[in-house]
Design a protein around this ligand. Structure first.
Ligand SMILES: NC(=O)C1=CN([C@@H]2O[C@H](COP(=O)(O)OP(=O)(O)OC[C@H]3O[C@@H](n4cnc5c(N)ncnc54)[C@H](O)[C@@H]3O)[C@@H](O)[C@H]2O)C=CC1
Ligand SMILES: O=C(O)[C@H]1O[C@H](OP(=O)(O)OP(=O)(O)OC[C@H]2O[C@@H](n3ccc(=O)[nH]c3=O)[C@H](O)[C@@H]2O)[C@H](O)[C@@H](O)[C@@H]1O
Length: 489
């Protein structure tokens, strides 16, 4: 239901963003940069996070203490902070002063109760919505930025309308975010589209026009696509499901390639040349990670089951099943290749983030690999250029009654560089596609390893032929076994 937008909507002057995370922080920083006439305040219940957003530049004038690492972000924060961009724990004040409030809080998978393991936990969305209703003394536009199940806007509207003060009106919009971590700034500066869902009423359309005008400071108007609320909410889940499905599809092909001697990069390239398929998001890997693909597909599975559509639920569930299988298949390959045991063998894991150019480890494939190697009694050394050490320890320590942190530290060590991680290793596992791994001095790394020196490339980034010439035994996802017969090479 694309809708007409009135010509001169009332300008937004003050924005509050509730949730200073990976989405709220970068998104509203880019809004502040492009809209000098708008004051943007990003608030959070977590004072440590807000303090980090407000951290001082280091001796070289760089903002290295921000809670989110994104190329290009620190420079924009530095330019705008204190002018029209503010980070604060004064949530009520920021809400009250704003014309428009983004709700950009976390929506993790529920851990207990009805829908545990599948449904989205909307607790944070609900508590911020209740807060907005409680403190607002003037009318506001409330924007769902978080990824939410279809029809969440209806629940938010009920909460707001049942708790609002007399004369205060709320218009609810859905404006899902499509940025990918690691490329958040370019994604926000030139998005493929900005999606705004609203009610098909005069007030709904007017609110959509006001939010659109914010984006039109830098996004061409034809890229702003307005729809109904439910289409907008569902489009976000659908887009993530379709993207993840491509990766699981190419990873399924990778398994066939390994068994037949076909090369998954060549197969993906050949398929991607078809304009109907396109070349992006066809890189075979150890498996996808990140905070959203799994969570959003599980959410879609839950929605489908709730709507009595078990075949639809099964279809999407298989994307996750294939991803889990890809990760365990890769881990098993390591053990099998190292003569079926890695007990007390040193395995160097290069990369811990779920993809390059981010310090985020949520659902990172590296976590599953390290846990698997630990169970096989390996000695694992990890290096990642951006993930803080404390985060790695947290990810590898099982939360629960028994504190296993001492056991974990007996088997896991953290290295200050990729080169250091590989000294005396029997195998290297590339878990994240950091650019610096492409440029390592592989000959000297080889010299410092136990022989035979194995390398398992879970990201398809190294030049396997070159490494084999050095002496490595290389396994790359989606490539057949080393071809020894030159006629067939
Ligand atoms: N991480 C990503 O790349 C993307 C995430 N999304 C969606 O955006 C939403 C947020 O994701 P992230 O930014 O990654 O989460 P996050 O966990 O990094 O940040 C959420 C923040 O909200 C704060 N918060 C929670 N309840 C609050 C409340 N009542 N008042 C104030 N602050 C509160 C938390 O303390 C936290 O700092 C999720 O729904 C996610 O699915 C969408 C697109 C991309
Ligand atoms: O809703 C979200 O959170 C976001 O989820 C993804 O973004 P993100 O998870 O940050 O990163 P991606 O680039 O999508 O990568 C996700 C995972 O898939 C892997 N991947 C990606 C692409 C590919 O071809 N192969 C592949 O294995 C990556 O290494 C990574 O582990 C989507 O790309 C964003 O559009 C969306 O906004």
């Amino acid at each position: 239901m694309p809708t007409a937008i009135s010509s001169a909507p009332q300008a937004i002057r003050r924005i509050c963003c509730v949730g200073a995370g990976y989405v709220g922080g970068p998104t509203c920083t880019v809004i502040a940069q492009n809209c000098p006439d708008i004051t943007v305040t990003i608030v959070d219940v977590n004072p440590v996070r807000i303090a980090a957003w407000n951290s001082a530049p280091d001796a070289e004038g760089r903002l290295s203490g921000l809670p989110v690492y994104e190329p290009g972000l620190a420079e924009i924060v530095l330019a705008c902070r204190g002018k029209n961009l503010f980070f604060s724990t004064e949530i009520d004040k920021a809400i009250e002063e704003a014309d428009l409030v983004f709700v950009s809080v976390n929506t993790p998978t529920k851990k207990s109760g009805v829908g545990a393991g599948f449904a989205a936990d909307l607790h944070y969305v609900e508590s911020s919505t209740r807060r907005i209703a409680a403190v607002a003394t003037s009318s506001k536009i409330i924007v769902e930025k978080s990824t939410v199940p279809c029809r969440t806007a209806a629940s938010m509207r009920t909460i707001l309308e049942s708790n609002s003060r007399p004369g205060v009106r709320f218009d609810i919009l859905s404006n899902p975010e499509f940025l990918a971590e690691g490329t958040a700034i370019p994604d926000l500066q030139s998005p493929d589209r900005v999606l705004i869902g609203s009610l098909d009423t005069n007030e709904g359309r007017e609110a959509a026009a006001r939010l659109s005008a914010v984006y039109e400071h830098w996004v061409p108007k034809h890229k702003v696509y307005t729809t109904g609320l439910w289409s907008s909410e569902l489009s976000k889940l659908a887009a993530n499901a379709l993207l993840a499905q491509r990766i699981s599809s190419v990873n399924a092909m990778a398994a066939i390639c390994e068994a037949t001697g076909a090369d998954v990069d060549e197969v993906a390239h050949a398929c991607g040349l078809d304009g109907r398929i396109g070349p992006k998001f066809l890189k075979a890997s150890v498996g996808f990670g990140g905070s959203c693909f799994q969570k959003d597909i599980l959410n879609l599975v839950y929605l489908s089951e709730s709507l009595s559509l078990p075949q639809v639920a099964d279809y999407w569930r298989q994307v996750i099943t294939m991803n889990e299988w890809s990760k365990s298949r890769f881990a098993q390959k390591v053990v099998q290749t190292l003569f079926n045991t890695i007990t007390m063998k040193k395995v160097a894991v290069l990369g811990f983030a779920f993809k390059k150019n981010t310090g985020d480890t949520r659902e990172s494939a590296a976590i599953s690999l390290c846990r698997y190697f630990r169970q096989e009694n390996a000695l694992v050394t990890i290096y990642d250029p951006k993930v803080p050490e404390a985060q790695i320890w947290m990810d590898l320590t099982e939360p629960g009654v028994v504190d296993d942190s001492i056991e974990v530290r007996k088997q896991i060590t953290l290295a200050p560089s990729a080169v250091a991680a590989c000294v005396d290793a029997e195998a290297i596992v590339i878990a994240t596609e950091w650019d610096e791994f492409k440029e390592l001095d592989w000959a000297s790394i080889y010299a410092g390893m136990k022989k035979p020196a194995f390398l398992f490339d879970g990201r398809g980034i190294v030049d396997a032929k070159l490494l084999r010439k050095i002496g490595f035994k290389v396994h790359s996802v989606g490539k057949g076994p080393e071809i020894v017969d030159p006629v067939w090479a």
